[in-house]
Design a protein around this ligand. Structure first.
Ligand SMILES: NC(=O)c1ccc[n+]([C@@H]2O[C@H](COP(=O)([O-])OP(=O)(O)OC[C@H]3O[C@@H](n4cnc5c(N)ncnc54)[C@H](OP(=O)(O)O)[C@@H]3O)[C@@H](O)[C@H]2O)c1
Length: 208
């Protein structure tokens, strides 16, 4: 399977970490922030050397796979033109300090990734990279005991591509099922923050 062109929306802590790991492992990485390109040029030059800075609109058009690494509450600012056929990796979480006191989405039975899929009118959303902190991602990439990164989504082929990315950046992909299952990886779940090997992860998952 050849490597996809990876776009990252959000040049913050998670976006720059994932961008750096992807470049180190042979991916072409495009990255965009919330504003003009100039605002993130220096950050990207220092933290994600080799990544190409674009506007969000350009990035959506150019990427094969797009990682959402921005605040969940900003989902409506993601350009939807050109997004139709793209695989979207939702790495976002509802975080009240950033997103406000009322949970997004308001419906407690809806996973945040289902909400993202609805908001973006996409059936190609795969939840991944949301449960491990950015510093752990950095440290654990290709570690001796390979750590698990869970993914959830409704399209098996898309999940294969995302699994390959997870593997390439040095983790063990663990498919936990449909997109709605992603609720088990959200803040409040025992698996949120998980920095575990597959066996440890599955021990917890089976009791959720
Ligand atoms: N930090 C972690 O360890 C971690 C781990 C897993 C998942 N996550 C999730 O990943 C997301 C990002 O977290 P973070 O810690 O990286 O936050 P962060 O450091 O605050 O970075 C968020 C970035 O998103 C940018 N942004 C806002 N709206 C945007 C838009 N419409 N298009 C492109 N970029 C936009 C922000 O730019 P401006 O500053 O210009 O607004 C900022 O650079 C959150 O949903 C979080 O829950 C975080």
């Amino acid at each position: 399977m050849s490597k996809v062109k990876l776009g990252i929306l959000g040049a913050g802590k998670l976006g720059t970490t994932l961008g750096r790991l992807a470049i180190q492992n042979g991916y072409e990485v495009l990255i965009a922030g919330s504003k003009e390109k100039e605002k993130i040029m220096l950050t990207v030059e220092v933290l994600v050397p080799g990544a190409i800075v674009m506007t969000k609109e350009e990035l959506v058009k150019e990427s094969d796979v797009i990682i959402l690494a921005l605040p969940l509450g900003k989902v409506s600012s993601i350009p939807t033109v050109g997004l139709e056929n793209k695989i979207i990796i939702d790495a976002m979480n509802y975080w009240w300090e950033v997103d406000g006191k009322q949970r997004i989405p308001h419906d407690p039975n809806l996973s945040s990734s289902e909400y993202v899929a609805k908001s973006l009118n996409s059936n190609r959303v795969v939840k991944a990279f949301n449960h491990m902190g950015y510093h752990d991602l950095e440290i654990e990439s290709h570690s001796e005991t390979i750590k698990a990164i869970a993914l959830a989504g409704d399209n098996d082929l898309d999940k294969e591509i995302v699994s390959k990315l997870i593997e390439d950046v040095g983790f063990k992909p663990l498919d936990i099922g449909l997109l709605k299952e992603g609720i088990k990886l959200e803040p409040g779940s025992e698996l949120f923050g998980a920095n575990l090997v597959e066996k440890e992860f599955n021990e917890i998952f089976k009791n959720l």
